[in-house]
Design a protein around this ligand. Sequence first.
Ligand SMILES: Cc1cc2nc3c(=O)[nH]c(=O)nc-3n(C[C@H](O)[C@H](O)[C@H](O)COP(=O)(O)OP(=O)(O)OC[C@H]3O[C@@H](n4cnc5c(N)ncnc54)[C@H](O)[C@@H]3O)c2cc1C
Ligand code: SF4
Ligand code: SF4
Length: 427
Amino acid sequence: MTARAEKFDALVVGGGVAGLSAALSLADQGKTVAVVEKDASIGGAMIRLSKVFPTLDCASCITTPKMAAAAHHENIRLFTFCDLLSLDRQDGKVLAKVHKRPRFVDEAKCIGCRKCEYACPVYLEDPEQGGFTAKKAISIPFGNAIPQVAVLDAQSCALCGKCARVCPTNAVDYLQQPVDFEIEARTVIMATGFSANAPQMKPEYGQGRVENVITALAMERLLAPHGPYMRVLRPGDGKEPGSIAFVQCAGSRDKTLGVPYCSRVCCMAAVKQAMLLSGALPIADITVYYMDIRAFGKNHEQFFQNARAMGIEFVRAKPARIFQGEDLNVVLRYEDQETGAIVEREHELVVLSLGMTPHWDGRGIAGLHRAPDGFLQSPAPKTAPALTTLPGVFAAGAALGPKDIVDTIVEADAAAAEAATWLEGAE
Ligand SMILES: Cc1cc2nc3c(=O)[nH]c(=O)nc-3n(C[C@H](O)[C@H](O)[C@H](O)COP(=O)(O)OP(=O)(O)OC[C@H]3O[C@@H](n4cnc5c(N)ncnc54)[C@H](O)[C@@H]3O)c2cc1C
Ligand code: SF4
Ligand code: SF4
């Protein structure tokens, strides 16, 4: 089913902190903005973080008001659970084709009461909580999701009808169909962000099969105030870990993985998580295995020195192998850089700092060039980093390359300024 094109001044693709910041900036200048987000909620990676370096502010305390401001702004319209299929430029305008996946819940009717969720008998792994806890086959994606609209997982639903029976607004719709529609805009901001590469990619690190080896994003959930256990426990057996290791560059600076570049934020993210763990588990030993610590941002070096002063151990080594030890512990094998000796050391929980790769794979937009690293390419990275190779199409945040939140917001404001100037010119 294809509906008629809706018209906006600007289209923002991606509802993470970059997309929301850019959308709010344009909307405050009186421009109408459509935000297309593929997830069921806006917020991107930031809403899933615990605290943020280098200030250790609560991530959701900063992100939730931005999400709410975008949702309630009279000039912004959110399109969630939507994939951008293509962008075509015609007569100075941009026509975006968008595919809306079915939630099997009517967005206009759902009031977010969760009665369906309580009634549903089917339990699934909850990816929003790092896979550590369960969710129901129909559920609101997470506590501060926006919009607060349930999503039904059709693959797992037992079609028992319980959710539809308890729903007070008749919002559950088992027959809901996908919808393709068009958005017409005069300028576009690509804020499609990053994905973490898969822990399965490295055979020498157990390909994601060694128990009690988790990703840094999963550790963010363990440390978050609304995390899965409300405390830090290791997933293999629910034990409070007494020794935790971070393995840096576990998916970056590695040509064999096609990720030769540095992912820029993982060093500071590991230092942050190590500091938070020192508070949560005061008697635990915490070790960071690193090639070199990249602390280039404002106050980052001091942040790193604070972590050393707290007693966190930093070992200059890249583990060659990670494998299962006794009692569900994890063994790291590495070369001691000072003595040249091959060392095996056991930890109770290991965190892999995976690499950041581009979320947008280049499909659907002719003429929008990507750099050799796969991230969007600015033709003038030093003077106008928010430009892309398509006139009137701008970019911001991790869509242009790995970066932290401060740099993402600065870039989002730059992209919004470029887009506003483009609109004035167009007008
Ligand atoms: C483990 C970890 C810890 C971190 N900790 C910190 C920290 O403490 N401090 C800090 O400053 N930074 C931290 N970062 C970095 C931070 O997460 C990023 O700077 C920030 O999320 C970038 O925001 P973004 O909006 O550019 O991208 P994202 O957060 O990735 O958002 C992009 C959005 O676009 C959507 N999208 C993608 N493709 C499409 C499409 N085709 N159509 C529609 N929507 C699409 C995605 O679903 C997503 O919602 C951390 C990163 C990691 C991995
Ligand atoms: S119909 Fe499906 S989603 Fe609804 S309660 Fe039954 S199993 Fe859960
Ligand atoms: S689908 Fe119905 S029962 Fe479920 S949250 Fe929405 S309104 Fe409540």
